[in-house]
Design a protein around this ligand. Sequence first.
Ligand SMILES: Nc1ncnc2c1ncn2[C@@H]1O[C@H](COP(=O)(O)OP(=O)(O)OP(=O)(O)O)[C@@H](O)[C@H]1O
Length: 252
Amino acid sequence: MTMTDDAVSVERVSKTYGDGQSVVALNDVDARFFRGTMTAVMGPSGSGKSTLLHCAAGLDRPTSGRVRIGATDLSSMSENELTKLRRSRVGFVFQAFNLVGALTVEENILLPSRLSARRPDPAWLTEVVGRVGLGDRLRHRPTQLSGGQQQRVAIARALVTRPEVIFCDEPTGALDTQSAAEVLALLRSAVDESGQTVIMVTHDPGAASYADRVMVLADGRIVQDMPQPGVQRIAEQLAQLGRRQPVASQEG
Ligand SMILES: Nc1ncnc2c1ncn2[C@@H]1O[C@H](COP(=O)(O)OP(=O)(O)OP(=O)(O)O)[C@@H](O)[C@H]1O
């Protein structure tokens, strides 16, 4: 495997849903996500953010184009190989936490390691649990925790296998400001202290301002790519998009 500076690269990726009256969710998108950086993906509802995240993470296949994680080309991989790749090389954090209610906090955190049959390094597990501040909650069930605590469990679960890339879809969408700040600081530390790569879909300019770069999608295309734009500029760009006339849907 050759080393590359790209943690993820997306080349000429299009995704069309349905046939007949089909929806073009991604339209010939090129994007490179550099190692050890955090990128926020923003844009109006329906602009293709989740679709881009899902294609980049190997959760969904593009209709055309190529996705690479590191030097690994996902397009030629079987479902089985994709599943293995997702378990070993990427982590996920979703708005709805997606924890298993019947398992304890500790069991949830260890689940990806169990599934990939790789024993986590106990020192690293202690470090991760300490970092997310859940040391005294390991035997609790997710329902016994606040939303912010549940999201911290999800982050610990994503960190424990030391994935190259952590994909986040609205990770702070269900959280209050304080819990959101804690979650964003944790994602930031995964980048700054562990050299991991974070790709995060968010609607919130405040959350996006934690990123090294903000990418804005509209109608399935990247329309802005801004290095550390700051909350003000992000909000302005989104407001400008909001004022644009939506592209007429193609019917019939
Ligand atoms: N499984 C699907 N089947 C059909 N159309 C879909 C499917 N998933 C997404 N779409 C359509 O593709 C387009 C892009 O959707 P996507 O979820 O990627 O947007 P988004 O920017 O993440 O939106 P939101 O901010 O509302 O979550 C939308 O028009 C959506 O309706």
